[in-house]
Design a protein around this ligand. Sequence first.
Ligand SMILES: [Mg+2]
Length: 166
Amino acid sequence: MEERPLILVDVDGVLNPFRRPGTAWQSHTCTAAGVAFALWLNPDHGPRLLALARETGADLVWATTWEHDANAGIGPIIGLPELPVIEVHKGRGLEDPGCCWKIPSVAEYVNRRPFVWFDDGLGRIDRLWLEAHPNVDRFRLLHIGGNRGIRDAHFRQARDWLTSAA
Ligand SMILES: [Mg+2]
């Protein structure tokens, strides 16, 4: 039996857009490594991510600079339970020039499980790097525009891919 797919979730530029997209996003202060940051967060996003995971038989995982601080500060605001954390800083420097620095840690973590990844900092060069990695099997990168953050279309694309990958 194949292992459950993963849904990788970034915070800045995804759950926390760089500009407020609408009144559903509210201002919050969250602390990372002892430093307070102002964020725009939408309380619908936790339930929507949980529904996506439930409906597709996938597991949610944080893949963000916030690492464990996402569980402490961000998850409770948007209604997410404590999630596993990819410690993205661990693999920093192992990526090729021009790649997102999170990808070595992500490749190690996924361990050939299928995954979708919501992130505002990924492109073709990252896809090629991941495709060539022996620890990576099937995946779909969902590029999010950082100014608006995650949209309905991204949830749909993730659901479509996870459903067809099953
Ligand atoms: Mg980001």
